[in-house]
Design a protein around this ligand. Structure first.
Ligand code: SF4
Length: 441
């Protein structure tokens, strides 16, 4: 009997990517194989993102095109999961997707085998796999690098954000389950883990009895977890995203100095103006953020910092935007992920504020930040000239290896495929805006 095939497409953040890896493990339990061609698939699954309207519009567009494929292959099953079904409380989004057979929130992926079997009895018949989807082991494309989800959902309700609606309230994974997963990864050759959470540094262990007695931290479960992961042999680099400034406590900042911690932190600020931060319900002001960055740099002077910024939030004046520009310079970020504010239905900002900054002005502000970032990043990258960085090699092509340094700088150097998955010291001789070139040291 020919093997059934699935095609999966993932949109949005690393959390969605990690969820897709879990869905892939469900498909392999059902004896499916992956195909890169949708027209060959028995099941097409889209893991959607709702962060901006454009991301949702893409799903509407793709599913409209899939209707044609379904005409050719009436057995084809189309599924949409992720943020869109998660926030579709009144069912209106699902109604608009008529070529979609299964429209389910992420946590319902455990029912996928049963539902697919009901839709097509020729598929392997199976019951639900687990009660909790986070207990499913993700299928990894690379053995040396893995995402590990610590929590899903969020209780913070920033006024612009759909996450508390699409993913629900914060739910932390049991510590024991996380540590088991990381130990298993290390045994299978994983050297770098990226810990994921909506507010990753707010992790609270539901089973704190599994922390070691010798743990050096007392008050922050997240810092304690970092310390526990440091004890796991084989793990060489620890990366986490995304923290919230208000939970960058003394202990979490101290944990940045643990030896396996990468020399990079992504700390979203969203705006440099206190009134805008209040309207966003970020729960801190400009000075608090600057003070936090100062404390981080005191502990780890050369850390590379990244941030997220939204320009053109409701009512943002030019002067308020200039506060973001000055904060950017003061923090001396290495990189920032800039977004033009996009009103999202269901959020508080959409209900109570006017999206009144023109599209043209949002675009202008976005470019101001983008150009500032490009100027700073080039200058910062030049500081790596004649220094040695540690690169986790992810790819080799035509005798050139590529990977990220501990500062999350993309580095290229001459080397062979045997280096993929290993950490190599590389001395830098050339610096561009988005790439450093070096030689194996
Ligand atoms: S902290 Fe704010 S921006 Fe981050 S996920 Fe929660 S609500 Fe969204």
């Amino acid at each position: 009997m020919a093997q059934h095939r699935y095609f999966i497409q993932t949109f949005g953040c690393q959390m969605n990517k990690n969820d897709s890896e879990r869905i892939e493990s469900i498909f392999s339990t059902m004896d499916f194989v992956e195909t890169q061609k949708p027209e060959e698939a028995d099941v097409i699954l889209l893991n959607s993102c709702s962060v901006r309207q454009k991301a949702e519009d893409r799903i509407y567009g793709i599913t409209r095109n899939l209707a044609k494929l379904k005409e050719k292959n009436p057995d084809l099953i189309v599924c949409v999961t992720g943020c869109m079904p998660g926030r579709d409380k009144d069912g209106k989004m699902g109604e608009k997707l008529d070529s979609v057979d299964l429209f389910f929130p992420t946590h319902d992926m455990v029912h996928l085998p049963k539902w697919l079997g009901e839709l097509n009895p020729k598929l392997r018949q199976m019951e639900d796999l687990e009660k909790d989807y986070l207990a499913l082991r993700p299928t990894l494309k690379k053995t040396y690098q893995a995402f590990v989800t610590l929590q899903t959902g969020c209780n913070h309700f920033c006024t612009y954000c759909v996450v508390p609606f699409s993913r629900g309230l914060e739910k932390n994974r049991p510590l024991q389950q996380i540590l088991e997963e990381v130990r298993e990864l290390a045994q299978n050759g994983c050297v770098e883990v990226t810990l994921l959470g909506q507010i990753v540094n707010h992790y609270i262990a539901p089973d704190p009895q599994y922390f070691s007695k010798s743990n050096i931290y007392n008050t922050s479960d997240f810092a304690k977890l970092l310390w526990e992961i440091h004890q796991i042999k084989g793990i060489e680099r620890i990366h986490w995203t995304a923290p919230h400034p208000i939970f960058m406590t003394e202990e979490v900042i101290d944990a940045l100095t643990l030896p396996k911690q990468i020399n990079f932190l992504h700390l979203p600020v969203q705006s440099g103006n206190t009134q805008i931060l209040q309207k966003m319900n970020r729960r801190h002001d400009r000075d608090f953020y600057l003070e936090t960055v100062k404390k981080i740099r005191q502990k780890k002077p050369n850390i590379a910092l990244a941030t997220d910024i939204i320009v053109g939030f409701c009512g943002e004046t030019s002067a308020q935007f200039e506060d973001t520009v000055s904060l950017y310079k003061e923090c001396d970020f290495d990189i920032s992920y800039n977004a033009q504010y996009s009103s999202r239905s269901g959020t508080l900002a959409t209900k109570i504020f006017k999206d009144d900054v023109s599209h043209k002005e949002k675009k202008r502000r976005w470019w101001v930040l983008q150009e500032l970032m490009e100027d700073i990043v080039l200058e910062k990258n030049q500081q790596y000239l004649n220094t040695t960085v540690q690169v986790l090699v992810e790819n080799e092509e035509a005798g050139w290896c590529t990977g990220n340094s501990s500062e999350m700088k993309c580095v290229r150097f001459k080397g062979d495929a045997s280096l993929v998955g290993t950490i190599v010291p590389v001395s830098i001789y050339k610096a561009g805006m988005w790439m450093l070139w070096g030689r194996k040291a």
